[in-house]
Design a protein around this ligand. Sequence first.
Ligand code: TXA
Ligand code: MG
Length: 318
Amino acid sequence: MSSINNVKQPTQESLKIAAHALQAGELVSFPTETVYGLGADARSDTAVASIFEAKGRPSFNPLIVHLPDQEQAEQLVYFSETAKLLASHFWPGPLTLVLPRKPDCAISLLASAGLDTLAIRVPANKLARDLLTLSKVPVAAPSANPSGQISPTTALHVATGLGDKVSIILDGGPCEIGVESTVVSVNDDIVTLLRPGGVTREQLEKLLGLIKTAAPDSAITSPGMLLSHYAPSCPVRLDATGKEKGETFLGFGPGTEEFETMNLSPASDLAEATANLFAYFHQLDKMGSTAIAVASIPNVGLGVAITDRLQRAAAPKK
Ligand code: TXA
Ligand code: MG
């Protein structure tokens, strides 16, 4: 049974408790503009190991380290000119850069899962930034959900999934973007999209010209892109135009009002649909849906990240 006693409203006092918990090597959940993170001191092997343990996450799946600014990132990894350009345009914000570790990088090798690169992100969310600044801890944080399940976009989602495993959950309200950061690797001037997310390919290509895409589920380039992921406990059917027996229908855009249970965005707004996606999945799961049919989503802009998550939600579970 999970507890919600450790969910705290953001105050100077709760921020201090969370910062001390991080400094003591404990697990802290905090909001970011994308999803809630399950954070711990990225320099400590034991703290990082406890993240993997709490989530039931395979140890070959590396973590993102969260920092308050680029300057601190530059102490850990090498920034090419292209990496600097990306950071200056998209940080703070929902972009994660996978860059070569420096030889004296202070971050636990466990966070890199044995790779010689490290994923870094400077989040925009104010509470996340306050926590990073106050604690002075580089925070390794995956999404705060049991591995394979739906990512949390509210403090209650975290409490329900992992509540008793974390020291404190800072409640910053619903996440603004609602889907994880975009992950790119940067090798000198070669940029490869590893995971679509809150920064769109169109935004990246406007800045850089054409970028590469990692082969789907390539073990080396994107160890974390497991095929079944972000999944509710029941089967999910995509590109549905109607409802079959026993299904609940998750709509997008107008025209399905008579049989839909929920609609990601009646006005076909992709940002609104992104913000609602995980929260609606959590709700449909909680309602005891035995099968979910989802309307088709345009595969452009933020729709690429939605489509990616839907495909993983619909993939057969192992
Ligand atoms: O929005 C987000 O990114 C959230 C919030 C909490 O910041 N975090 C998040 O973390 O989604 P996680 O652990 O669920 O996803 C991290 C992704 C995985 O796909 C992982 O494989 C990839 O980043 N990754 C991390 N380090 C990597 C590396 N060195 N090389 C390639 N991929 C890496
Ligand atoms: Mg995750």
